[in-house]
Design a protein around this ligand. Structure first.
Ligand code: ASP
Length: 357
């Protein structure tokens, strides 16, 4: 074997030292992302990879991260298990826990963004709630999946990879809370679950997706509309619960006593998933008048997926004391109303909120 000189050996050692300092520096330069896991199909498991039966919220966050190839090359990752439920069991309590945790995390200089894994059934609601109460412009990204982790062609791992890539990207600051699924980026205010089971379930049918993320490569098309995050007046500081707000679903010949029943049961606000432009039959309109006269705000939304509810359409809100949800669907209108009810507001003030948020 050829002997290398003392000089050459020391030179090599110095080179190796420099290389390791540079490599370390690069590792440190990766953004710090925290993944808050709440359950859902993305954490779901079934007995067969080709069967449709499964249970949500079975897999823990560390195993979910480990199942995504190369995800740790995008960011320094930390996982926290906040809940592990199907999002049909999502609750105001978990919303408050997640919101407080996100706010605490994002206050720290050591956290650059947050990803939340979540079931798809109520993901748009959690996203919109956080959009109104997170006090940071750092990226907050929700993701989930339509196929459980055990399924053939499970969509969770790539969704998670893309969500982390988005949260780790400084250009994603200021977009409010986002939902990433199926290579698309959607704004919390606009996104709707449109399909019961296919992977393209999330769409923003009125405003369009705000961007795409393909194997971690991000392209933004437009900024989301509506006030959010640092520009929102709502806060969860010190909030332990939210007032009960119920949703009435409109249909032909609907029962006209539903609103009265809800008010009697303790609802502090009512949202109507109305027909078309927020319409309802004459008997229900009378019930709206009774509720608003008794000081219970009523918001008219629509059961159709696209379009705003007009303040002066077939129904003129001022005649019934009601408020239009503008473009918010019933489930998001309910969230805005729950937050708005923390303070006494006139009908006009409430209407302004629905136009601005
Ligand atoms: N029921 C599930 C959930 O919302 C559905 C899903 O995640 O796709 O948790």
């Amino acid at each position: 074997m050829k002997k290398i000189s003392f000089f050459a050996r020391n030179f090599l050692v110095v080179l190796l030292l420099i290389a390791s300092v540079v490599a370390n520096g690069q590792a440190k330069k990766l953004p710090n992302i925290v993944i808050l896991a709440t359950g859902g199909t993305i954490a779901g498991a079934g007995a067969s990879s080709t069967g449709s039966a499964y249970t949500s919220g079975q897999v823990k966050i560390e195993a979910m991260i480990d199942a995504v190839p190369n995800i740790r090359t995008l960011a320094n990752l930390k996982g926290e298990q906040v809940a592990n439920v199907g999002s049909q069991d999502m609750s105001v309590k978990v919303w408050l826990d997640v919101a407080n945790r996100v706010n605490t995390l994002l206050k720290s200089n050591d956290v650059d963004g947050v990803v939340i894994t979540h079931g798809t059934d109520t993901q748009e609601e959690t996203a919109y709630f956080l959009n109104l109460v997170v006090k940071s412009d750092k990226p907050v990204v929700l993701t989930g999946s339509m196929r459980p982790s055990t399924a053939l062609s499970a969509d969770g791992p790539l969704n998670m990879y893309n969500a982390v890539a988005l949260a780790a990207n400084p250009d994603a600051k200021g977009y409010g809370v986002m939902v990433v699924m199926n290579d698309e980026i959607h704004a919390a205010r606009d996104v709707k679950k449109m399909y019961s089971t296919p992977v393209q379930t999330f769409q923003s049918p009125q405003e369009g997706m705000i961007g795409t993320v393909i194997f971690g490569d991000i392209l933004f098309f437009h900024k989301p509309s509506g006030r959010h995050t640092t520009n929102s007046e709502f806060s969860v500081d010190g909030v332990k619960s939210l007032p009960r707000v119920d949703i009435v679903y409109g249909c032909a010949d609907m029962s006209t006593d539903l609103i009265d029943i809800m008010v009697k049961a303790g609802a502090k606000g009512i949202v109507i998933a109305g027909l078309g432009d927020g319409n309802m039959n004459a008997g229900t309109l009378e019930a709206v008048k009774r509720a608003t006269k008794a000081g219970i705000p009523v918001v008219r939304a629509t059961r159709v997926p696209i379009g705003a509810v007009l303040i002066k359409g077939e129904v003129v809100d001022a005649d019934y004391g009601s408020v239009s949800s503008d473009e918010l669907n019933p489930q998001k209108a309910r969230i805005l109303l729950m937050l708005a009810l923390q303070k006494n507001r006139s009908r006009e003030e409430l209407q302004k909120l629905f136009i601005e948020y």
